[in-house]
Design a protein around this ligand. Structure first.
Ligand SMILES: Nc1nc2c(ncn2[C@@H]2O[C@H](COP(=O)(O)OP(=O)(O)O)[C@@H](O)[C@H]2O)c(=O)[nH]1
Ligand SMILES: [Mg+2]
Length: 294
């Protein structure tokens, strides 16, 4: 997937970067959201240097859609690197747990203020690439719909702060980072998750590639969902056609409706209907390093 097909125009990027820098200046702490199904592919490594000196929490969001054992291993991986990391489901998770962790991470900043004799609330913001659930997460913390406004880059308005605890205020607009597109494999995972616009891609190739990946990671789940026959071929087009047979996605004359199948497979995966599957498995513990320096 060539980078030039991705919808992040340099102008947009420069603008959203400036906006993010402004927002960052106003906060003490940052909550970084990534997608628990592909935690590395859905993080932008630039955030590390952009947030130096600030308290940071990494939330593996959409944990309800990911494999629980994989999520546990990812959390362990990040914690070993010294990051505060936790899992969450923004559609149903307990806000109390998240707030406790935010308060814990904010303590050093609060103590610094106290030492200087100022009583200040800790301000924090939510940051992440598109589609990781930033707006949903903020709404969950608010218990209202005010984050629905716009997080499109370039839409400027005054920062709005919402008090969510005695010492905590959250910025109502999430910070946007572009997805990382320099790594082909990661970009492919982003496409499967729907974090890159579908209309710029070949849907059948995308769905076929996803099926081939899922067939390696969780053959039972894929086979059950699409009634794949025993010993089904592993090639993308074979899997897509087998799904057409299994689910009866046929056109007149008995031809396979691969077009429809592709769109449905992508939808079903993104909606968690195929199963709780992590498409970027956590590194093995025994290797000592995982090749992805923080
Ligand atoms: N299952 C599940 N879906 C989520 C979760 N968080 C967000 N979503 C869904 O993911 C999609 C993108 O969420 P949104 O908040 O708009 O992402 P944003 O682009 O980062 O602001 C929406 O369809 C949300 O309903 C989660 O924790 N679990
Ligand atoms: Mg949003």
């Amino acid at each position: 997937m060539p980078n030039d097909r991705i919808n992040w125009y340099p102008g947009h990027m420069a603008k959203s970067r400036r906006l993010l820098a402004d927002q960052l200046r106003a906060v003490d702490a940052v909550i970084e959201l990534c997608d628990a199904r592909a935690p590395l592919a859905t993080r932008n490594p630039d955030l590390e240097k952009l947030t130096r000196g600030k308290a940071r929490i990494l939330v593996l969001n959409k944990a309800d859609l990911a494999d629980d054992r994989q999520t546990a291993r990812w959390l362990e991986t990040f914690r070993r690197r010294g990051l505060t990391a936790l899992r969450f489901n923004s559609n149903g998770g307990k806000v109390k747990d998240i707030l406790a962790r935010i308060e814990e991470a904010s303590k050093p900043a609060l103590e610094r203020y106290a030492a200087r004799g100022v009583r200040k609330t800790i301000r924090f913001m939510v940051i992440g690439i598109p589609n990781v659930g930033k707006s949903t997460f903020i709404n969950r913390l608010h218990g209202s719909a005010i984050a629905k406004a716009s997080d499109r880059p370039g839409v400027t308005r005054a920062n709005q702060w919402v008090k969510i605890g005695p010492f905590l205020e959250i910025l109502d607009t999430p910070g946007m980072l572009p997805p990382r597109m320099d790594d082909q494999e990661g970009a492919q995972l982003l496409a499967y998750l729907g974090s890159i616009r579908d209309e710029i891609m070949d849907t059948e190739a995308l769905a076929g590639g996803l099926m081939a990946l899922l067939y390696r990671l969780d053959p039972a789940a894929l086979s059950a969902r699409y009634k794949l026959p025993e010993g089904c071929g592993e090639a993308p087009h074979e899997l897509l056609e087998a799904a057409c047979r299994g689910r009866g996605w046929l056109l007149s004359g008995g031809r396979y409706d691969t077009d429809r199948a592709a769109a449905l497979v992508l939808d079903e995966f993104r909606g968690g209907k195929i199963g709780k599957i992590t498409i970027q498995p956590a590194p093995e513990r025994t290797t000592g390093g995982d090749g992805h320096g923080e």
